[in-house]
Design a protein around this ligand. Structure first.
Ligand SMILES: [Zn+2]
Length: 126
């Protein structure tokens, strides 16, 4: 999963010259379909990226959410964010972030961009 997360981070930063972490060949964006989560206005993207040369590929539901940590425990994280219409929205995701980072974000109330993959918070964009 670590390799995939690194590629997705670059992808969400707008980098389209993605390189395969296994063989160094270019990665191609094969497909990207927007979809909305049930009960939410947030849009995520069914994303399919594959290597030109080897079998490395990524097929995930991914999105970037701008917001703050509202609450968290070992398994879940609540992110306070805004829907595309500007309304406040709190979303719950599975938590894959480290405890130290979460405590820092929670205490400071800092607004950051979270990388979401298959409904799990996998990283903070920096
Ligand atoms: Zn490759």
């Amino acid at each position: 999963m670590e390799e995939e997360i690194e590629v997705l981070k670059k992808f969400w930063k707008g980098d389209r010259d993605l390189i395969c972490p296994r063989c160094g060949s270019p990665l191609n964006l094969v497909a990207m379909y927007p979809k909305t989560k049930e009960g939410s206005l947030q849009v995520s993207y069914e994303t399919f990226i594959e290597c030109e040369n080897c079998s490395f590929s990524i097929r995930v539901d991914t999105s970037k959410v701008y917001g703050a940590v509202k609450a968290f425990d070992d398994r879940t994280i609540d992110i306070s964010s805004w829907s595309p219409s500007g309304a406040r929205e709190i979303m719950t995701y599975e938590n894959l972030l480290g405890k130290e980072k979460l405590e820092y974000l929670f205490e400071t109330g800092k607004l950051v961009e979270f990388l979401i993959v298959n409904d799990k918070v996998v990283a903070v964009m920096e």
